[in-house]
Design a protein around this ligand. Structure first.
Ligand code: SF4
Ligand SMILES: [Zn+2]
Length: 323
């Protein structure tokens, strides 16, 4: 008997013995099963800035994990060796949810990060771990493309403290041609996340010739401001040629600076540049008095002047989770 997966907008109809497009959800005798539950392929301790989160517990460590598989197939994926891998070909370890929570605690991590590939495809593992972590005082942060159906997303958000979601382009064609996905479900996930009160940061990877024109950047920024608010931290990240997109050059510093200028001119308050050295593009400035609030170098926080989430000079409240 075929089964239909309802987790993401692909809604795969899966034949017995076969998997869905993400490779990790399988029809076993007419029952849909996840084969990656409790079997991560990557575990690391990272600074939360590496995700990147710039307005969520700055300077904290996060216990990061991933399983293999992804429901997107981005031609520029930097983690393609695990995101596009078959579970049977991968090296994994057994690590059930309670063990993950214990590992976060013993390594003095304030959060668990579901990252590298996409927690959407290891949904049940993420959900169960998140419930245990929340009860144990460990925060849960999701790094995702946001390609998921509304009902499962709403359920997971109940246990989520922060989400960093990619907005790759405002073009549905871009999503179809480069990621094997579509735009609208991503926009819906972004809106749902912000409306739910979960801390949200948005990232846009700027790819030469594909989404780097000033008018493309402007339309993305205008959508973010109108639908998520001008206080949403927005990261423009440098593309680096890899996987199936080695024919394009890396993004120039000028293009990233222009993107940041456009976003700020449209009224975005916190705009950052990532994957490339940038002095002003890594720091947080007060949108009220313009003074430096958080100084960063790479993933390191050099200075944090915030007082209870506010600017110490003018008292402006800064969007984020600070303690
Ligand atoms: S999560 Fe995987 S199996 Fe389910 S619909 Fe999406 S791609 Fe298909
Ligand atoms: Zn200020």
């Amino acid at each position: 008997m075929n089964v239909q997966c309802q987790l993401c907008p692909k809604q795969c109809l899966i034949k017995p013995g076969q998997s869905g497009e993400c490779r990790v959800r399988i029809n076993v005798d007419g029952v849909l099963r996840t084969v990656v539950y409790s079997y991560p392929c990557s575990m690391h301790i990272d600074p939360v800035e590496k995700k990147p989160f710039f307005h969520f517990l700055p300077g904290s460590k996060t216990f990061s994990l991933a399983t293999v598989g992804c429901n997107l197939h981005c031609k520029n994926c930097q983690n393609w060796e695990i995101s596009q891998a078959n579970p049977e070909d991968s090296e994994v370890v057994f690590c059930p949810p309670e063990k993950l929570v214990e590992l976060a605690k013993t390594n003095q991590c304030t959060s668990l990060a579901y990252t590298y590939t996409d927690p959407v495809v290891y949904y049940e593992y993420t959900l169960d771990t998140s419930k245990l972590a929340k009860a144990a005082g460990i925060r849960n942060i999701l790094i995702t493309a946001g390609y998921i159906n509304k009902e499962p997303w709403k359920e997971l958000l109940q246990y989520t403290d922060a989400a960093r979601i990619d907005l790759k382009s405002m073009s549905d064609d871009f999503y179809r041609e480069n990621c094997s996905a579509t735009l609208k479900p991503v926009l819906d996930s972004l809106v749902l996340t912000k409306a739910s009160g979960v801390h949200l940061e948005v990232i846009n990877l700027v790819i030469p010739t594909l989404n780097d024109k000033p008018e493309q950047i402007r339309s993305l920024v205008q959508w973010v401001k109108a639908n998520l608010g001008g206080d949403t931290p927005l990261h423009f990240s440098q593309f680096y040629p890899q996987y199936k997109m080695q024919y394009l050059p890396k993004t120039s510093a000028e293009t990233l600076d222009t993107a940041r200028q456009i976003a700020m001119s449209e009224g975005m308050k916190y705009v950052y540049i990532g994957n490339i050295a940038s002095v002003t593009g890594q720091n947080t400035y007060c949108p009220g008095c313009k003074k430096l609030l958080i100084e960063r170098s790479g993933y390191t926080v050099l200075l944090n002047r915030l007082k209870e989430g506010c600017c110490p000079d003018c008292g402006e409240k800064i969007y984020g989770v600070w303690k």
